[in-house]
Design a protein around this ligand. Sequence first.
Ligand code: TRP
Length: 446
Amino acid sequence: MAAPRGEFTSRFGFLMAASGSAVGLGNIWGFPTNTASNGGAAFLFTYLLLAFALAYPALMAELIIGRHARANAVTALKSISPGRFSQLAAVGVGFVGILTVSFILSFYAIVSGWMIAFFFDPLARLIGMDSAASWLTTDAELRNSIFVVLFMVLTVSIISAGVKDGIEKWASRLMPSLIVILILLIGYVFTLPGAMDGLRAYLIPDFSRVADPALLVNAMGQAFFSLSLGVGTMLIYGSYINKQENLPVIGSLVALLDVGIAVLAGLLILPAMYVALGNGVQIYDASGGLIAGPGLIVSVLPALFNTMGAVGLFVALAFFSLMTIASLTSSISMLEVPVAYSVENLGMERRKSAVVMGSIITVISLLVVFNFDPWFDRVVSYTTEISQPLLGFAFCIFVAWIWHRNEVLQEIRQGSPDAESGLFWKIWPFYIKFICPVAILVVYFQ
Ligand code: TRP
């Protein structure tokens, strides 16, 4: 590890990078529709509870290990493991994390590619290139491949530039723009007829659903995916935080930003869907539920924008730039995981590593594009439903059962000298030791 490690230069920079990782398609696309199809505010309530009671403690585990070890997940987990067996397990968990996040990126890049294609669609129509516009919005292997490659090129270029000049710089530009665009879009959609029906569907709770195991499983999966947990993403970002930062505080700010933006996105998506309904767009699927999958973003919302005339072009442009920004600040955090490993442990130069790792993932992504059925769904469910919760479980075990409690405390004390008497230290160790692992397993076996 001869090369000097990167570091975030400010709290703001870290917050933008980490919340940029957390805020992604999961928040703007997954969360609102999950809420609408799982009992409205009943889901919202369960989600908030799980996000703060389970996902936040797990996020802290990654940030603390990362900042302590100042290394990628493989080395970091190894360094907190005293025995030979636990070191072996550490290397295993670290590698499974690298593989998992690479596969997550391979499907994420496909969906993000659609977002870029739909971003170019209104531009093409503005300059009168209607046939290009219809090519951009028609699902086809060629189009998907081109945009996967474009998206991966953007991701690789940011990661090549390093922590400060790549991740921090771009997250600090993109995240504030994302928030502004989101708020402008909400403001506009609220003025349209039908928006209030959407608000009702979003916010009125159907409490009969709270006890539904499917709701719990969905809410927990959503919370883990949304906070980018289990695969070493937050660990590696944690490893770039300087020792003067108060970890419990910045961790909770990241969780708040993530949840806050998900809740805001609900104020956009649900009202927009009901505006679309009023404009004659189909928003329910055959089984009577709200259209939630890819159909929502690539057919319902574009159909809505089409009913808005010329304004619709600008709304579409704003919406798909929002989606592209959200994707990009997440994808860079995914690519950083294998890149940090190969730079630190294989001695590769960063630029080269970003290109090599990015190319491997692009190839996997293209294989999925050309074998979309059934590979796309399989990759999504293996990585997010099986691998990610198990890895989350493993991280809890490492930090609470394998690592020395004193060392954990010492790490938190850096930047927060009174940590021992604070609320965080009263609750978190117990949570991460007992509640989190048990809850993850219970939900997993559901
Ligand atoms: N959290 C992001 C979202 O909500 C996606 C993401 C980024 C992610 N990094 C991750 C998911 C690592 C799982 C693991 O869209």
